[in-house]
Design a protein around this ligand. Structure first.
Ligand SMILES: Nc1ncnc2c1ncn2[C@@H]1O[C@H](COP(=O)(O)OP(=O)(O)OP(=O)(O)O)[C@@H](O)[C@H]1O
Length: 304
C-alpha cells in the first residue's frame, strides 16, 4: 500500500479538509479530493455550490479558511508560477484592441519556455484567427483565445471554470475536440460546468458539490447509479400533478401539457399503480435515469 505521503506527491491535485467561509457563508465546507495525473474531472453543482471558490483555491487565487491544497506536491501558487497549471476562468479579461496573435504573444512572454506560437494557436483551434482583433470575435472564439492563453505554458494541469459558457453547440463541439487532443497526451483537466452532457461526454470522473460539500464522486456511471432511479414518461391528458406525487415509488413529477415524467425509486411499483389509476395513459416509456436525474436527486436532498 502506498503511504499518504506518496499519494500526495504523486497526485496532480490533493485537497484535504478544504473550507472557505465568507462570514456566515460556507462557500466550501470540508472538501476532500485527490486527482491522479491524467484524470479529466468534471466539477458539477447547482449555482452557489462552491465550484468557483474551490477552483480559486486550487489556483492559489484565494486562501483557504482551513484545510490544504497541493498541486503536484506544491503549494498552488508555486505550481502556477512554475507553469505547471493553466487556467481559464469565467472572468479572464482580454484586450479588445489587440489581435489574437498579440494576445497569445503577451501570454507567451510570461513563461521562459512557452509552447511554440503556431502550436498554441493550432491546439486551441484558432490558427485562422491570428490576425483578427479580439473585440470582433464571437463569444466562443474569445473562449478559445482564453484556452490558448491557458495552454501557452504547456501545463500538466488545466483548470477551466465553465469553459463553454458563451458557446453555441458547434463552438462547444470544436472546443472539446481541441481539449480531447490535449487530454490524449495524458494531461490532467479539472473543469466546472453547468452542462451535464459535457461532464457525461468528456469527464472520466465527476465530483458533485452541494453547499460547499462533495455529495458524489466517481465515474459518470457510478454517480448515475447513486440516483438508482428510472424515469417513466407517459401521455395522460389532464393529469393532476399533486395526485401523481402520491404514487408509490415516485420521487419527483414533472407535467408538461399531456406529458407526464415521473422519476422513480421503484419504477415497477410506480408503473403498476400509474396504469391502475390512469388506464387512459398511453405512449408509456421507462428508461434509466441519466446523470441529470442523479444531479437533481443528489442536489435536491439538501433542500428537503
Ligand atoms: N467573495 C465572496 N464573498 C461572499 N460570498 C461569496 C464570495 N464568493 C463566493 N461567495 C458565496 O459562496 C457560495 C459559493 O459560490 P461559488 O461562486 O463558489 O459557487 P459556484 O458553484 O461556482 O456557483 P455558480 O455555478 O453560480 O458559478 C455562494 O453562496 C456565493 O454567494
Amino acid at each position: 500500500m502506498r503511504s499518504t505521503d506518496t499519494v500526495t506527491r504523486g497526485a496532480a491535485v490533493h485537497i484535504r479538509g478544504l473550507a472557505k467561509h465568507y462570514g456566515d457563508v460556507r462557500a466550501v465546507d470540508g472538501v476532500d479530493m485527490t486527482i491522479a495525473p491524467g484524470e479529466v474531472v468534471g466539477l458539477l453543482g447547482p449555482n452557489g455550490a462552491g465550484k468557483s471558490t474551490t477552483i480559486d483555491m486550487l489556483l492559489g487565487l484565494a486562501d483557504p479558511t482551513r484545510g490544504t491544497v497541493s498541486v503536484f506536491g506544491r503549494a498552488p501558487r508555486d505550481a502556477v508560477g512554475a507553469g505547471l497549471v493553466g487556467a481559464m476562468l469565467q472572468s479572464g479579461g482580454l484586450l479588445d484592441d489587440a489581435t489574437v496573435a498579440q494576445t497569445v504573444g503577451l501570454f507567451r512572454a510570461m513563461y521562459p519556455n512557452p509552447l511554440p506560437f503556431k502550436e498554441t494557436l493550432a491546439r486551441a483551434g484558432i490558427a485562422e484567427l491570428a490576425g483578427r482583433r479580439v473585440g470582433l470575435l464571437s463569444g466562443g472564439e474569445k473562449q478559445r483565445v482564453r484556452f490558448a492563453s491557458a495552454l501557452v505554458s504547456d501545463p500538466d494541469l488545466l483548470v477551466l471554470d465553465e469553459p463553454t459558457v458563451a458557446m453555441d453547440v458547434e463552438g462547444r463541439r470544436e472546443f472539446w475536440t481541441a481539449m480531447r487532443s490535449y487530454t490524449d497526451t495524458g494531461r490532467t483537466v479539472v473543469f466546472a460546468t453547468h452542462y451535464l452532457a459535457e461532464a457525461e461526454d468528456y469527464a472520466d470522473r465527476v465530483v458533485l458539490l452541494r453547499s460547499g460539500q462533495v455529495v458524489a464522486d466517481g465515474s459518470v456511471s457510478q454517480v448515475r447509479a447513486l440516483a438508482a432511479g428510472r424515469v417513466i414518461t407517459a401521455k395522460i391528458p389532464h393529469a393532476d400533478e399533486s395526485a401523481l406525487t402520491t404514487l408509490p415509488g415516485v420521487t419527483s413529477v414533472l407535467v408538461r401539457g399531456a406529458i407526464v415524467e415521473l422519476t422513480c425509486a421503484d419504477s415497477d411499483r410506480a408503473l403498476r399503480e400509474l396504469l391502475a389509476r390512469h388506464p387512459q395513459a398511453h405512449d408509456v416509456e421507462v428508461r434509466g435515469a441519466g446523470l441529470e436525474a442523479a444531479f437533481v436527486t443528489l442536489t435536491r436532498q439538501e433542500a428537503a
